[in-house]
Design a protein around this ligand. Structure first.
Ligand code: SF4
Ligand code: SF4
Length: 379
């Protein structure tokens, strides 16, 4: 038993190193070129085994998209140069061929991510996800005990978190939420503490309305949100620019350019490209006919929904582009914001390296110019 635990821990470390190297490649590609999708969400099944009352992304009847069609869509995304493919839903674990979809994503060189409500996780299922090559899993927990809004509860899912902590070789993030449908905002803290105690990553999100738009947080939710906001140490999350989070929590607009349709794609169960889960129908072009010209045109479109948008994964891709366009300013603002919250804040390794390269001294600035040239980004 001890031997098996030791082997699992070694495998977990090796996979973590491999994942970080592939993340570094994703980052370098995002810096080198604005012309490919950084992240795509793909829906293999619209059906869900739950029915959260705030959700507009599921139904109770849809059949799974056939495997050959899903594999074709993964290939099409890879041909566009997509670096991260996230499988969402509905509940993607209802798809009978999920492992094959993950294998294809990895086989085409992209990072493979899964968003699930966790209900169907078992030890055996987690081991299969390991074997398929899953890189990240995100599980969202809405409350401590089930209520009429959501059954995604710590009470039900705690055992699943324990199984993930024990068996998963992929990175696991537990997302708790705040916002008006959440009855007890203190639940978010309980969920985050439990996730961290199990060695899992925790994040907190804000529930949006049916158009992906912000509902300002009530004062008690806001106080808890501030407490829970912690700089995430993962590399891709370094792009989780603090200004966005602070404004969202206070109900203030953000000034940013949403590049959905270019840097982020949402592929629905019918194989159409949409800006995001909350802006479906735009542009609504079949993925099979989506070209580089479409990527460029849609990325450039000004989206009127941007100022009060809460779709954080699209904001994260936009922050990578901000960094590509102006690395020094982004680093200075990001670190200052984190030190404001925590004077002892020490940047994670990647952020530390970037800071060393871009900020500190004239010699290092010369190195930074060299690095930017190697990455083909603008100095
Ligand atoms: S589990 Fe997820 S997809 Fe299913 S209803 Fe709830 S929020 Fe929607
Ligand atoms: S700003 Fe972009 S990500 Fe946000 S809701 Fe609009 S299209 Fe979607």
């Amino acid at each position: 038993m001890r031997w098996e635990q030791y082997r699992r821990s070694v495998r977990r470390r090796l996979r973590s190193v491999d994942r970080r190297l592939r993340e570094a490649r994703m980052f370098a590609r995002a810096m080198a070129s604005p012309g490919h999708p950084i992240l795509a969400h793909i829906v293999p099944i619209r059906r869900c085994n739950l029915a959260c009352t705030y959700c507009n992304e599921f139904d109770a009847v849809s059949a799974p998209v056939p495997l050959p069609e899903m594999l074709r869509r993964v290939d099409l995304l890879a041909a566009l140069g997509t670096t991260i493919i996230t499988i969402s839903g509905g509940e993607p674990m209802l798809h009978p061929d999920l492992d094959e979809i993950i294998r294809r994503i990895r086989g085409r060189g992209a990072l493979a991510t899964l968003i699930t409500n966790g209900y169907l996780l078992t030890a055996e299922r987690i081991l299969r996800l390991n074997r398929a090559g899953l890189d990240y899993l995100q599980i969202s927990i809405d409350n401590v005990t089930p209520d009429e809004t959501s059954k995604k509860s710590l009470k039900v899912l705690d055992r699943k978190l324990e199984l993930l902590a024990e068996y998963a070789e992929f990175s696991v993030t537990v997302n708790s939420v705040l916002g008006s449908p959440v009855r007890n905002p203190h639940d978010a803290g309980t969920i985050a503490r439990r996730a961290r105690a199990l060695g899992l990553t925790s994040t907190v999100g804000i529930l949006h309305d049916g158009d992906g738009q912000l509902r300002p947080l009530a004062p008690d939710h806001l106080a808890i949100y501030r407490d829970l906001l912690e700089p995430d140490q993962k590399m891709f999350a370094f792009a989780q620019y603090d200004r966005f989070q602070r404004n969202i929590a206070q109900g203030l607009p953000n000034r940013w350019h949403c590049r959905a349709g270019g840097r982020f794609l949402y592929i629905c169960e019918d194989g159409l490209v949409h800006y995001c889960s909350q802006q479906r129908g735009r542009p609504g072009i079949p993925l099979a006919r989506y070209t580089r010209a479409d990527l460029e045109r849609e990325a450039a479109v000004e989206k009127s929904c941007a100022p009060f948008c809460t779709v954080s994964c699209v904001q994260q891709t936009a922050m990578l582009d901000s960094f590509r366009e102006n690395p020094r300013q982004v680093l200075v603002e990001m670190i200052a914001a984190r030190r404001e919250r925590n004077p002892q804040y020490r940047p994670p390794v990647l952020l530390g390296a970037l800071t060393w390269m871009f900020l500190d001294s004239p010699v290092k600035r010369t190195l930074s110019r060299l690095a930017l040239r190697l990455l083909r980004a603008r100095p």
